[in-house]
Design a protein around this ligand. Structure first.
Ligand code: PHE
Length: 446
């Protein structure tokens, strides 16, 4: 990509684009189920601490690099490294990011496909009058049906790659910005509805009364990975957006706005979902199916439940669509940088992701007892290692690059928060974020 002159039209447009990348499955699907698997409140606290101490400063670092480089991730990194008299090999960090998003997209597309199936099922009244256990059994039957799963995975990936190939993501961004407030509103209504359930009190207690004995090094890893994943940080995907950020606006303000919204969406989803879990006597640690089983139950006794449930899955689909476009973009940009046409690049990426996604699909049926590392199926592996190891590793390198390698003047200008703001940010990245990632990664992996 050549040096780009295009810019987001306003600060608001930039914030909304980054929010589009951040808000997705991470908030509504992954947050509740991994909080459930990791014991609730103590995990939640850790995750918020990591958002503040790691996610936010590294998000600023990542966007700042793109903004200073004004090119695709690989090119920005290479260009800025050479400018600083450092090695051009830094550009490989962009490639590592592309590999990370490749792995993530392969399971992301499969799970987003579930929303398509559930949306259709909800709108056609398929959940009406069903009890919790019946809905649970329906979900298990869905997982065990590779054809239905493949169809939805394929549909979602085609939706994503068509937009990426045509390069019209801005149009979708606009649609998304129009509709996302509706998703937030629906989550607020659901959380309000949850307040009338018997399980509301126990859910709040479980979500907000930490039991620190539940914290093991692995829980630290899960929480750190999730902070990176939900903010879309660590894969150079936001770096690409930074390249379009207009001059003369403070980056930290924009990053904080995105993070607050992102955490708020996750909390609302968590409150709504765990209230149902505790009302119905379900298991919070039930795993990746959690949202897909609890929400149909939650909507069942709301007036017009079938319509609202369908609408919810439609909005979730839109939220995941903008995230997956952001996931696909760095790969397509990388292939374009190597001389492929945009459409061919999108086709190649789409086909490769589709194939790896098939292994995720089969992890729930044919390959369900093929374990790779520990007790993990292929789906378990790609939905765990890339978010929890690759993203923090990428984030670490991004932080080192922005706070230690990049020319100081460039970083100062790109952060646009004044000299004191810059010094504060750099001190946090150098002395808090970087050591913290290293300690958590090392202690979790040994
Ligand atoms: N943040 C997105 C979500 O929560 C996932 C994502 C990760 C997007 C990394 C881009 C890069 O769903």
């Amino acid at each position: 990509m050549n040096q780009t002159l295009e810019r987001w039209s306003s600060r608001r447009a930039f914030i909304l684009a980054v929010t589009g990348a951040a808000v997705g499955l991470g908030n509504i699907w992954r947050f509740p189920y991994i909080t459930g698997e990791n014991g609730g409140a103590a995990f939640l606290l850790l995750y918020i601490a990591f958002v503040v101490l790691l996610g936010l400063p590294v998000m600023m670092a990542e966007i700042l690099i793109g903004r200073a480089g004004r090119r695709g991730p690989m090119q920005s990194l290479g260009h800025l490294a050479r400018q600083a008299g450092s090695s051009g090999h830094w550009r490989w960090l962009g490639l590592f990011g592309a590999f990370t998003v490749f792995c993530i997209l392969s399971f992301y597309s499969v799970v987003s496909g579930w929303s398509i199936d559930f949306m259709v099922n909800a709108f056609s009244g398929g959940f009406v009058g069903k009890t919790g256990p019946e809905i649970g059994a329906g979900f298990d039957a869905f997982l065990a049906d590779p054809l239905r799963m493949t169809l939805n995975h394929t549909l979602f990936l085609v939706m994503t790659m068509v937009v990426v190939a045509a390069g019209v993501s801005k149009g979708l961004e606009r649609l998304n910005n129009l509709l996302m407030p509706l998703l937030y509103l629906l989550l607020i209504v659901l959380a309000g509805h949850a307040a009338t359930m018997a399980g509301f009190g126990p859910a709040l207690k479980w979500l907000f009364t930490p039991d620190f004995s539940a914290l093991t090094p692995l829980v630290f890893i899960h929480a750190m990975g999730h902070a990176f994943f939900t903010l879309a940080v660590g894969a150079c995907a936001l770096m690409a957006y930074g390249a379009y950020m207009p001059d003369h606006q403070s980056l930290p303000g924009a990053a904080v706005a995105v993070a607050v919204l992102d955490v708020a969406v996750a909390l609302l989803a968590g409150i709504a979902i765990f209230s149902v879990v505790f009302t119905q006597g379900m298991d919070p640690a039930e795993g990746p199916g959690l949202v897909f089983v609890t929400l149909p139950v939650a909507f069942a006794d709301l007036p017009g439940g079938a319509f609202w449930l369908g609408l919810f899955f439609l909005l979730l689909l839109l939220a995941t669509w903008t995230s997956s476009i952001n996931l696909a973009e760095p790969m397509v940009a990388t292939l374009q940088g190597w001389g492929l046409k945009r459409r061919s690049a999108a086709l190649v990426v789409g086909l490769c992701v589709w194939l790896v996604g098939l292994l995720c699909v089969l992890s729930f049926s044919t390959l369900s007892d093929v374990y790779l590392i520990g007790q993990m199926t292929f789906f378990g592996l790609v939905s765990t290692i890339p978010p929890e190891v690759f993203l923090p590793l990428g984030g670490l390198l991004i932080a080192i690059f922005a706070a230690w390698v990049m020319p100081e003047q460039e970083a100062l200008r790109a952060l646009d928060a004044g000299p004191n703001g810059f010094r504060l940010w750099r001190a946090v990245v150098r002395w808090v974020s970087i050591p913290l990632v290293v300690v958590v990664l090392v202690s979790g992996l040994i």
